[in-house]
Design a protein around this ligand. Structure first.
Ligand code: HEC
Length: 146
């Protein structure tokens, strides 16, 4: 009897392992860089396009271009994550140009939406840089919001 119980337990554990193994690749596909960039396109169109424009070119002296921006494709992603989370009213030169409009905080977006939209702008309008991950956004936003 004991042997049957042990065999049944081992079988259940083996089944769980198989399920866990087969689930992993599916999650990976959903979170692929390409999928994140594609989701980010929708976020951009809803939240950013009105100011930064469809071609990422911005509006001269009002809203900065995201196309070709040093910060947008920069290695330090914390800066642009912070700008989306907290907005920007700094009036400091961006690539030697000043902009008069204010960017509001977009902290209402989820960490995933922020990762997606920044991955999109880092890989659109001629920009090319690695994607922004959920973990990188979560690290900048204290108090996680999925
Ligand atoms: C109301 C207009 C407006 C909206 C909407 C807006 N922005 Fe901005 N954004 C600005 C302005 C204006 C600045 C510069 C502010 C300054 O110079 O103080 C800016 C700055 C930035 C910068 C810094 C650029 C650089 O070269 O350093 C990034 C990145 C950015 N915005 C991304 C986004 C993203 C992503 C969204 C959508 C989630 C968004 N913005 C929505 C107006 C806007």
């Amino acid at each position: 009897m004991k042997k049957i119980v042990i065999a049944a337990t081992l079988f259940s554990v083996a089944c769980l392992l198989v399920v866990a193994q087969t689930k992993k690749p599916v999650q990976k596909t959903a979170d692929s860089p390409a999928a994140s960039i594609e989701r980010g396109r929708g976020v951009y169109q809803r939240e950013c396009l009105s100011c930064h424009q469809a071609d990422g070119g911005g509006v001269p002296h009002m809203n900065p271009p995201l196309a070709g921006s040093t910060d947008v494709v920069g290695v330090d992603k914390k800066k642009i994550i912070g700008i989306v989370l907290h907005g920007m009213t700094d009036r400091i030169p961006l690539d030697d140009e000043y902009y008069s409009n204010n960017m509001a905080s977009h902290a209402n977006l989820t960490n995933q939406q922020i990762a997606d939209v920044l991955s999109f702008v880092r890989n659109s309008f001629g920009n090319k840089a690695d994607v922004v991950t959920l973990a990188e956004v979560a690290a900048v936003r204290v108090g996680k919001k999925k």
